[in-house]
Design a protein around this ligand. Structure first.
Ligand SMILES: Cc1ncc(COP(=O)(O)O)c(C=O)c1O
Length: 403
């Protein structure tokens, strides 16, 4: 069937963090203004309808009328195996799959179970902020292998620094984000192989957060790190249906751990986790019947990315942006205005009343940047960009006059 992603679905009064979570969002410090006119494009969650087979499966679960404790049927595991074999040529054994009600939850569990207090954990900033919270919140130390950014906004890995950090005493884990949020990089097979080799040589466990792995541009390919690693004993991988199929509220992440000892330690820290019947039904539906929808979604996201890039070039040429290789976030570089971060923030969040994410939330490397999530109907993105553009026209016009 053909999906109409341009259609705006009203999400207010649906317990949505993005649309109804104003008080929480203000308390966390994302923004000080959040009202009925706010366009929220901060959290990575789509304002787009989900695949029809998923809706059918959930309706069937509702119609059953009883929602008791549930278990994982064989079909659950087979659906995961089928998806990763088909999409990524990755053969996963049933026993390697460990359920978690969330990816961030799994990161906390991994840090607690597989490192010691005071250990160093490598991350690559600017990066998804909960990585830092999982490390520091559990009494471990961040070892930041900051990504290098060239003049075209393309991010690469500083391998010399990575190796030095891996060799540092007590460095015991590396949390990889691939595709990388917020820079949008998909690391190449060569980069991944090098990361894996360095970690293996230095006894550093890799936790690969690959939950954006199915959200990539049409001309790109994504390789799970386990596919290029010499052996996978030192790798655990987070996979999830939440980002790909817009079901973050159903809490379904699957951690793939081939090393039995690591799996046992991780699982013991996690404790027994039973699924909700909605979670099981959802995963089986999307991994077996969600591909047609995902193809259409990919096209839509690609078009929206092109739209954003063109809009900025025409209306806010000072703001620099690259089309990301993966993810549905765009990393906007506002540094060309020479304004303080606070001034940029005030113009966007207070005056335009659009809620994005300030770049410094991702680490000091993000200062002067804003992250925008674009998986919303394009008319909404258009309105948000127009509002933002209006607030920077004074500077853009002056620049034009002086040119
Ligand atoms: C890289 C990355 N990991 C994890 C998450 C959150 O996943 P979960 O909702 O499963 O905790 C996000 C959400 O944006 C993310 O971008």
């Amino acid at each position: 069937m053909r999906y109409n992603f341009d259609q705006i679905v009203n999400r207010r009064n649906t317990y949505s963090l993005k649309w109804d979570g104003g008080e929480l969002v203000k308390a966390i410090g994302y923004t000080e203004r959040f009202d009925n006119e706010t366009i929220p494009l901060f959290t990575a969650d789509m304002d787009l309808p989900v695949p029809q087979p998923l809706l059918d499966a959930l309706h069937k679960t509702v119609d059953h009328r009883i929602f008791g404790y549930s278990v994982f049927p064989d079909e659950y595991y087979e659906s995961i195996q089928h998806w990763f074999k088909k999409r990524h040529d990755w053969t996963i054994k049933k026993e390697e799959i460990v359920f978690s009600p969330g990816t961030v939850h799994a990161l906390h569990i991994a840090v607690r179970a597989l490192t010691n207090q005071g250990d160093g954990v490598i991350i690559q900033r600017p990066v998804y902020p909960p990585f830092t919270a999982a490390i520091e919140g559990n009494g471990r130390i961040v070892r930041n292998n900051a990504l290098k950014c060239d003049s075209d906004g393309y991010y690469t890995i500083d391998f010399e620094d990575f190796e030095a950090k891996a060799k540092e005493e007590n460095t015991s884990m590396f949390i990889l984000c691939n595709p990388h949020n917020p820079t949008g990089r998909i690391f190449t097979q060569e980069e991944l192989k090098r990361l894996s080799d360095i970690c293996a040589e230095n006894n550093v466990l890799i936790v690969a957060d690959e939950i954006h792995g199915d959200l990539i541009r049409k001309n790109q390919t994504f390789t799970p790190i386990v596919k290029v690693a010499k052996n996978t004993d030192h790798i655990i991988t987070c996979t999830a249906i939440n980002k790909t199929f817009n079901v973050a509220g159903l809490h379904c992440t699957n951690i793939i751990i081939s090393n039995p000892e690591i799996r046992t330690t991780f699982s013991e820290e996690m404790g027994m986790q039973l699924p909700s019947p909605f979670t099981v039904a959802a995963l089986i539906a999307v991994y077996n019947e969600g591909e047609e929808w995902l193809e259409q979604l990919t096209e839509y996201l690609d078009e929206t990315m092109n739209y954003v890039k063109t809009f900025l070039a025409e209306n806010l040429p000072t703001v620099k942006v690259r089309i990301p290789e993966g993810t549905y976030v765009m990393w906007l570089d506002f540094r060309g205005y020479g304004l303080s971060s606070k001034e940029v923030h005030d113009r966007i969040y207070k005056r335009a009343n659009v809620a994005l994410e300030d770049g410094e939330m991702f680490g000091e490397e993000g200062e002067g940047y804003q992250r925008i999530c674009i998986p919303s109907p394009r008319p909404l993105i258009k309105e948000a960009l127009e509002r933002i553009a209006a607030e920077f026209q004074d500077i853009e016009s002056k620049k034009l006059l002086n040119a």
